[in-house]
Design a protein around this ligand. Structure first.
Ligand code: SF4
Length: 1009
């Protein structure tokens, strides 16, 4: 008998803002439905009793005139209450809407089903989870006026029904895992999964699924969990459908016949000769390709030609590594760019992708301790992350993290199951590494070893900068033997290298590691890896692992009790250490030592100031009053941490030792997984201890160390709605100890240039004032060592560069006021269509506040990064709406993949010179004479060039770039910046003529240089 669908309510509200406590409801729409049948609807405008912010009017289309005669909320409250009953309420980010209703005393006991959460779990690879995108990916038509309440309610209902249908295809064992996740009871999806499990069991007439006798026999014989048989990787010979975004790997079957745009040939003939020379003579080539967007076609086309020419000539075919700065770029290269270029050349070179260390799902960990409680209840986000991973793990054929969209709060879930520790030697050398003894690998169910096989067989291997560094620094390198390399985005290579070689020492991370190993709970029970492994670790125990996540004291012997005591002492020592760091920062601020080297600064008095400036650790730091406190605390912490490392290794050895009973030799692999987890935790603790040891020795080294208070965390309710500011401030966390290499060039040289290879460093901004010397120095190249080439498209017919010559310089009074006036003039003249780049959030906020009222009165929407959404949200609104001005800073300059349309006017408010009190920059600057010309101006010039290439020249639309920073014309170094840009038409003039000049340019009137 078919099961009868439950009655549910789909709901959406439009509101004046994000905060239920202070904002008002403007519109309510709800649909009562059962299956796909609509039973009833409810829809009304609400009089908010206050004005409607312009941004909300623009995004919802609800203008004050629409609300004339609308009832206040309390007039419809009873009717809505009756409509809702106690049915589950469905909607996109529904806790937000229900939060408003609860303020009015409604919907207190209705269960919630959040389609945002459900979509992140069931559609793990979407690039964005806004309602429109989710609906689109499910094949649901998205209406154009979809921000109104009823339209969104219908869409949410359709999305729910489609997702619900998908959920029915999830197998019972996985549904049971989802329903049993160790998540907070308040997590709505937990109730939903439990409810679904009950229904499924009632319908199928099944009760709880346990592994069963057959499963246990399988586990005992093979040392694997039988649930692995439901993974696509175990059924790949049955040709299961791959997840939609899986990368094509080591195959040529995917090559599409696609037209390459005619302009893709630009610069190819120039690149051809240089690429051939670099490869034939095994020389480095630095090639700058500034032809708009992140287009490297000239280099890639020449490279593919060179590879193809060797076909059939030699027994060992030529191979190539291509590295991009990030995963998205690498995936685009594999799935789009290379197939398109290969199609053009009629070539069929096999391509494989190699992820970074930790970039694959580890099957062994997944079936080991991943879903078990080791360090306390999961947060809702971690639970959501694990639920998402559970579904994806069954479908993926590559196990690459890049297939997934993991929201920041979900990343902790990935860390529980990722590869990356498999090569660690065991505490007992006879046991070999995890990789060597792993049954999943031996049975062909390890994503890492499958990826390694694909890489060994591919002619072209694509990876990221970090993936390349990981591989080349490993003793099991797969790429070091490949003689040709193309490193794309080389302008970001040293930044990526600094990030890759940098590290953090955080209290939260350390405590988490200690808790994962083991902790005594306030209830007197014990949890963590030691507790799970208690049956194996007891001197006289039967072996195996505990069936419960926590164990009683009676289940531990004296040695284990002493281990838990050591862990408790280590936690206390770590907390004391971080308190001493805080005292050091406060003391340094108090002593006012922040103006010079070796100290931080504060904005107020001790105990009350925002201690947000970094405190660099140098030989001078020991003169700060609280240094003795730090020394004492570190002595204790180092000793305690070492004791924990030793006990974890001892426990690992005991678990791996040949057993007195047969269980461990033939077991399910769970106990071996616990040993691996202990090895991984001990390894991480050791790395952390070494970092702090080096930092607190205050000795000179290749690295710079500094303490900094973390930014105050912001808690988001589920996710942020586009165009609406988030944000609740939480308690400040303790300081973080950071480290980074001062000069990455030596490491880059060691990794990339140790052997003679044909290496091409390609980037969009590599030359300063016509010279590559600055970039060569950063890459560790001698200037006479290699070849250089610049391929740039002239933009004198597309772009007017307007140079302000009568405005105050930055840091001079009135600068900000003049900037705001210029933005308002340009935005008014162009009716929006303007993007402004700032160099700080403070400046952005100041302009935002100043220009918004006047521009909104003229029908122009002003959106600020971090105020109204992320860069991606903002660019999306810019694309969808007319009359918009965007204000961005930080990552906005680099734009990523977010820009889909170039603005008509781009204003560069100020040259993006690096901040000299930032410790890595300060340490680097100390090694350089004439910092201005040899560091800060070149860095600013390259950043402007990169931003223009990405934002202004994303497409061929005629546009204008306003350089508002007068220093480009008033200072001698300004010429260095201007001469570092591709050719544009130029006009120099006053602020009052800027709008007129830009309009003339856009309408092609007037004469231009
Ligand atoms: S070999 Fe390593 S990465 Fe692969 S499944 Fe086993 S433990 Fe995981």
């Amino acid at each position: 008998m078919a099961k009868k669908s439950a009655i549910r309510i789909a709901l959406d509200l439009e509101t004046t803002g994000l905060h239920a406590e202070q904002d008002a409801i403007l519109e309510v729409a709800a649909i009562k439905f059962q299956g796909s049948e609509v039973l009833d609807t409810f829809e009304t405008f609400i009089s908010p009793g206050r004005s409607i912010p312009y941004r909300v009017q623009r995004l919802t289309g609800i203008k004050p005139e629409l609300l004339v005669g609308a009832p206040p909320f309390d007039a419809i409250s009873r009717q809505l209450h009756t409509f809702l009953g106690d049915y589950p309420i469905v909607g996109h980010s529904i806790p937000f809407d229900v939060g408003f209703l609860r303020r009015w005393g409604l919907a207190h006991s209705n269960p919630m089903v959040d389609t945002f959460e459900l979509a992140t779990v069931l559609l793990p690879s979407l690039s964005s989870y806004n309602l429109g995108q989710v609906a689109h990916s499910l094949g649901i038509q998205v209406p154009s006026d979809r921000h109104r309440a009823m339209v969104d309610t219908v869409l949410a209902m359709q999305v729910f029904l489609s997702l619900y249908e998908r959920l029915q295809t999830v197998d019972l064992a996985l549904l049971q895992d989802l329903a049993r996740l160790d998540a907070p009871r308040s997590w709505p999806l937990l109730h939903f999964f439990r409810h679904e499990l009950r229904l499924r069991q009632e319908h199928d007439g099944t009760s709880n699924l346990s592994r069963g006798i057959l499963g246990d026999r399988f586990a005992a014989q093979l040392g694997m969990d039988p649930r692995v048989l439901s993974f696509a990787i175990a059924r790949k010979d049955d040709a299961p459908p791959p997840v939609p975004t899986a990368l094509p790997v080591a195959t040529t079957a995917h090559i599409q016949k696609a037209e390459v745009p005619a302009e893709a040939s630009f610069g190819t003939s120039v690149a051809h000769e240089a690429v051939y020379e670099a490869f034939e003579q095994r020389k480095p080539l630095v090639v700058e390709v500034t032809i708009g967007d992140n287009d490297y076609t000239p280099v890639l086309l020449s490279t593919l030609r060179w590879l193809n020419e060797s076909e059939g000539e030699s027994a060992t075919p030529r191979r190539l590594v291509i590295a991009c700065s990030n995963q998205q770029g690498a995936r685009r290269l594999v799935s789009k760019t290379l197939p398109m270029l290969q199609s053009r050349l009629e070539s069929q070179l096999s391509v494989a992708y190699l992820a970074e260390r930790g970039g694959y799902l580890c099957t062994h960990r997944w079936f080991g301790a991943a879903l078990r409680r080791t360090s306390g209840e999961l947060t809702a986000e971690q639970a959501r992350g694990l639920a998402k991973l559970g579904l994806w793990a069954q479908q993926t054929l590559t196990g690459e993290r890049g297939e997934l969209t993991l929201l920041p709060q979900e990343s902790a879930a990935w860390e529980r199951i990722s590869s990356g520790v498999e090569r660690l030697p065991s505490a007992d050398p006879r046991a070999g590494s995890i990789y060597q003894r792993c049954t999943y690998r031996r049975k062909g169910l390890c994503f890492v070893s499958l990826a390694e096989e694909r890489v060994k067989n591919a002619r072209i291997v694509v990876t990221t900068h970090a993936g390349l560094f990981d591989d080349l620094s490993s003793s099991h390198s797969l790429l070091s033997g490949i003689e040709q390399r193309v490193i794309l985005d080389s302008d970001l290579l040293d930044e990526e290298n600094a990030r890759w070689s940098g590290a953090e020492f955080r209290q939260e991370h350390l405590l988490n590691l200690l808790n994962t190993i083991g902790a005594e709970l306030p209830t007197g029970r014990y949890q963590g890896l030691l507790a799970l492994a208690a049956p194996s670790l007891r001197g006289n125990g039967p072996g195996g692992i505990s069936s419960t996540p926590t164990v009683a004291k009676a289940e531990l012997d004296q040695r284990m009790l002493s281990w838990f005591q050591t862990l408790r002492q280590a936690r206390a020592a770590v907390e004391q250490l971080f308190k001493s760091f805080q005292a050091l920062i406060e003391d340094a601020a108090h002593q006012g030592n922040g103006k010079g080297e070796g100290a931080g600064r504060s904005a107020g008095s001790r105990g009350h100031e925002r201690l947000d400036q970094p405190l660099r650790l140098t030989s001078q730091s020991c003169q700060v009053g609280a240094w003795n406190e730090v020394e004492q605390a570190w002595k204790q912490a180092a000793h305690r941490l070492q004791s924990v490392i030793d006990l974890a290794r001892q426990a690992e050895k005991i678990i791996l030792a040949p057993q007195k009973n047969a269980h461990k030799e033939k077991g399910s692999g769970e106990d071996s997984s616990l040993a691996s987890e202990l090895a991984a935790a001990a390894h991480q603790l050791l790395e952390q201890k070494r970092l702090a040891e080096q930092a607190l020795s205050l000795e000179e080294s290749e690295s710079v160390y500094w303490l900094r208070m973390p930014p105050t965390p912001v808690s988001h309710a589920g996710h942020q709605r586009p165009g609406q500011g988030p944000q609740t401030l939480s308690e400040p966390a303790p300081p973080i100890l950071h480290t980074q290499l001062v000069q990455t060039s030596a490491l880059l040289r060691r990794l990339l240039l140790r052997e003679q290879r044909g290496t091409i460093f390609a980037g969009t901004a590599l030359s300063v004032d016509g010279s590559f010397a600055f970039t060569q120095g950063r890459l560790g190249l001698e200037s006479e060592q290699g070849l250089t080439l610049s391929i740039e498209r002239p933009h004198h017919e597309q772009t007017l560069l307007y140079l302000m010559d009568d405005v105050p310089e930055p840091n001079v009074p009135q600068y900000q006021r003049h900037l705001d006036e210029t933005i308002m003039q340009m935005a008014s003249a162009l009716e929006g269509q303007t993007v402004v780049l700032f160099t700080s959030h403070a400046a952005l906020r100041s302009s935002y506040t100043a220009i918004k009222p006047m521009l909104e009165a003229r029908g122009i929407l002003v959106l600020g990064q971090g105020i109204d959404g992320s860069p991606r949200n903002l660019w999306q609104i810019y694309r969808e709406q007319e009359h918009v001005v965007l204000l961005g800073t930080g990552s906005f300059w680099d734009a990523g993949d977010d820009v889909t349309i170039s603005p008509t006017c781009l204003i560069v408010s100020r040259l993006p010179m690096p901040v000299l009190h930032d410790p890595p920059i300060a340490a680097r600057a100390e090694l350089i004479s004439d910092q201005l010309h040899n560091l800060t101006v070149p860095m600013a010039a390259l950043r402007v060039r990169r931003a223009l290439n990405k934002i202004a020249w994303h497409n061929d639309k005629r546009n204008a770039v306003i350089m508002f920073d007068k220093r480009v014309v008033s200072k001698e170094y300004g010429a260095m910046v201007l001469q570092s840009l591709p050719r544009c038409s130029q006009r120099r003039g006053g602020a009052s003529r800027a709008a007129e000049s830009v309009l003339d340019w856009l309408t092609d009137t007037g004469s231009w240089e």
